[in-house]
Structures are given as structure tokens and as C-alpha cells.
Design a protein around this ligand. Structure first.
Ligand code: PLP
Length: 377
């Protein structure tokens, strides 16, 4: 949310145009909360959520590890001060030459979800540790992850057996319960699936060691979400239920939950209009939209809190849209967004909870609009 530091920055610097301001104090607090909630788990920050160098440097200094999806992200994590043993290449979809480059950079921990990917790793990253991602149903997540990543647990057994046969270290199982996951029990079923893979392979003499429990930890948008501590408790109970007192090593990969609430976007009302005289839904056009960084409003999945100086005045539902000439650049229409009737062209609004998945989603120059600027303070 807008911390005093962010408000002070905006008041003194008065940056022109839409921009994101991230408060590093909040990122630090979030990191500490994850450490406290899951003291036995290593934290691999999902770099894609917000790769700003200042954020990566802070997290590296706090002891975080990093989940990366490309050679460029690996280089950013290294640049920020992480050593290669604190970086995983967690994308299940990698070119073989990128795996080779990662291996050259010292990376030895790779995600897979099929034998074809294991073959690539065995060829160019011999002896590395691999973990196999299993599918989850994404139930309970506001930004579910579909069937793109992972395989069924029975196939994960084949994949890890194949890895072991090729001389790789069959290290463990990973899953992601879906982003903005507010159902605390979501980890339970996935951990049950992971345990089944462990048990089947143990019978064959392949001893897995690690469960990567992914991300999914939420940011507070319009509704309250459980605190990190509640997630820690639910996950620890699920781990104990399935693994008894022989707990595996565990990893978590928070992205949204690490940086989402640390950022606020300052935007400006460009136009307020109606489509007909007797229309009672106003259209409010901001200077930022789906192509300026608010891509997660796709299908109206993520509803950001929007704060104006006129909050408290009588409000009415509006359609909220961005400034570009693409007709898809409408953020909230199916469920209109209540905004003050007194809101006026030229007013500034603050879009809260925008520290994750915004800057990197901004288009390069669609309609000539520059990518979302960001200030990390
Ligand atoms: C995106 C991603 C994450 C982070 O997910 P959040 O829901 O933002 O916490 C973690 N792990 C992997 C493999 C990812 O792709």
C-alpha cells in the first residue's frame, strides 16, 4: 500500500507520467515474514515478479536465493550478488543452448516436466540436480496456471527415473498451486502428490530429497488475505501429514507475495465520459492500462485497490480503461469499478498492490507510450 515513504517521494519528486514506486522497506519486511513463517524452507525469490536491480540486491543481501526463467534472469541474480548455488533455472521450457550457458555460469539446479527436457539437461549440464514439476488444478487461485507446466505424478516418476538413469541427480518434485492463492489447503493435495512420487521412487532405490513448493502467496488487493504465518502453519501441517517426521528439504518461490504490496502506481485521469446522455456508467480513462503494465487485469482477474484524493465522496460504478487505441485496453467493464462522482480529468490516482507483475508486462512502445517507469526507494 502507499507507505509514507512512497507518499513523500511523490510529493517531493512529482514524477510526470505513470510510474511505479517500490518501497524496499516493505520488501525487507516481506522477506523476514516468509523466513519466520517457514523457517525450514529456503526462499527462492521468483525474479519475474519484479527484477529491479535494487530489489534483487536487497534480497541477495538478506540471504535469498533466486528462481529464474532465462539466462538473462540468471545474469541479473548473479549481478545482484547471488552465487550460482543460490539460483535455480525453474522454467520447464528451455533451449538446450541456454541450459548450456546456465551450466557455464555455474547453475546446477534445473526444473523439468518431461523426459525430452531431461535429455537436454543430461547432454549439456551433466550431473546437475533436476526436480520434476507436477500439475496442480490451480483451484482457489485468482491467477491460476493452467496445464502449461508440469505433468501428472505418475509421469513425474518416469521423468525422474530417466534423469537418474542418465547420471543426473534426481533431486525432487516441484509444484505451483496457482498465483494469488488464498486457499490455505491448496498445498495439501500437491504435497500428497509429491509424497507419492517420493514413495514410488524410494522403492526403486532412488531417494528424492527436495520439494519445491512454488509461489502462490498472495498480496492484499481489495480483500483481506491470510498472513504469511497462516500459510506457514498450513504448509507445515500438510508436510507433516504426508511426510511424517522424515521431512524433505523444502523451497518456496514467492514472487507476488514478496513485492506486490511494496509498490504503488501513480496514474492520472485522462478522460471521463459517457457513451450516451442517458448512460449512467461513466468511462474513466487512465494514463495506464493493460499495455502499460496492468496486464493482470486480463479477464478482470486481479482487481487493484484504487485510491483517489476524493475518496469518501459519493461513488458510482465506472468502466475503467487505459489510454491506448487498442479496444482490448479496458481493465474493468464486466464488473465496473466504483469511483467518486467528483473525480475529475487531471486527478491523480494511486493504484495499490502493483509491485509485482507490472513493469515487466509493460509494452515497449505501443502507440508510442513508453514502458512503465519505476523508482525503487
Ligand atoms: C511465477 C513463478 C513463481 C512465483 O509465483 P507467485 O504466485 O508470484 O508467488 C514461483 N515459481 C515459479 C516456477 C514461477 O513460474
Amino acid at each position: 500500500m502507499a507507505t509514507q515513504r512512497i507518499l513523500d517521494f511523490l510529493a517531493t519528486r512529482r514524477p510526470d507520467g505513470p510510474c511505479l514506486i517500490v518501497d524496499l522497506d516493505v520488501v525487507r519486511d516481506n522477506y523476514r515474514a516468509f523466513e519466520k513463517a517457514l523457517p525450514e524452507s529456503r526462499i527462492f525469490y521468483a525474479v519475474k515478479a519484479n527484477p529491479a536491480p535494487e530489489i534483487l540486491r536487497l534480497l541477495a543481501s538478506l540471504g535469498s536465493s533466486f528462481d529464474t526463467a532465462s539466462v538473462a534472469e540468471i545474469e541479473m541474480a548473479l549481478e545482484a550478488g547471488a552465487t550460482s548455488d543460490r539460483i535455480s533455472y525453474g522454467n520447464t521450457i528451455k533451449k538446450e543452448r541456454d541450459i548450456a550457458r546456465a551450466y557455464d555460469l555455474g547453475i546446477r539446479l534445473f526444473a523439468v516436466d518431461c523426459v525430452e527436457e531431461v535429455d537436454k539437461i543430461a547432454r549439456v549440464a551433466p550431473g546437475s540436480r533436476v526436480f520434476c514439476r507436477v500439475l496442480t488444478d490451480g483451484e482457489g487461485a485468482e491467477w491460476p496456471l493452467s496445464r502449461k507446466f508440469g505433468c501428472v505424478p505418475a509421469m513425474a516418476v518416469d521423468v525422474l527415473r530417466h534423469a537418474a538413469a542418465l547420471g543426473l541427480d534426481a533431486h525432487g518434485v516441484s509444484f505451483h498451486v496457482g498465483s494469488q492463492q488464498t486457499d490455505l489447503s491448496a498445498w495439501d493435495k500437491a504435497l500428497g502428490d509429491a509424497k507419492a512420487v517420493f514413495a514410488t521412487l524410494a522403492d526403486e532405490g532412488i531417494v528424492l530429497k527436495m520439494v519445491n513448493m512454488g509461489g502462490g502467496f498472495p498480496t492484499r488487493y481489495l480483500k483481506d488475505v491470510p498472513a504469511a504465518q497462516a500459510y506457514g502453519q498450513a504448509i507445515f501441517e500438510a508436510l507433516s501429514r504426508h511426510f511424517g517426521n522424515r521431512l524433505p528439504e523444502t523451497i518456496i518461490e514467492p514472487g507476488r507475495g514478496m513485492v506486490g504490496n511494496a509498490g504503488v502506481i501513480k496514474s492520472e485521469v485522462v478522460l471521463i465520459s459517457k457513451k450516451a446522455d442517458n448512460d449512467n456508467v461513466r468511462w474513466v480513462y487512465l494514463d495506464i492500462g493493460k499495455f502499460g503494465g496492468l496486464a493482470e487485469t486480463m479477464d478482470e482477474a486481479i482487481r487493484y485497490p484504487i485510491v483517489t484524493a476524493r475518496d469518501g465522496d459519493e461513488a458510482a460504478p465506472c468502466v475503467l480503461a487505459g489510454p491506448t487505441c487498442d479496444s482490448a485496453d479496458v481493465m474493468y467493464e464486466k464488473t465496473p469499478y466504483p469511483l467518486p462522482l467528483s473525480l475529475t480529468i487531471g486527478d491523480e490516482v494511486l493504484i495499490e498492490g502493483t509491485g509485482a507483475y507490472t513493469t515487466t508486462y509493460a509494452s515497449v512502445a505501443f502507440n508510442g507510450f513508453e514502458p512503465l517507469r519505476s523508482y525503487v526507494i
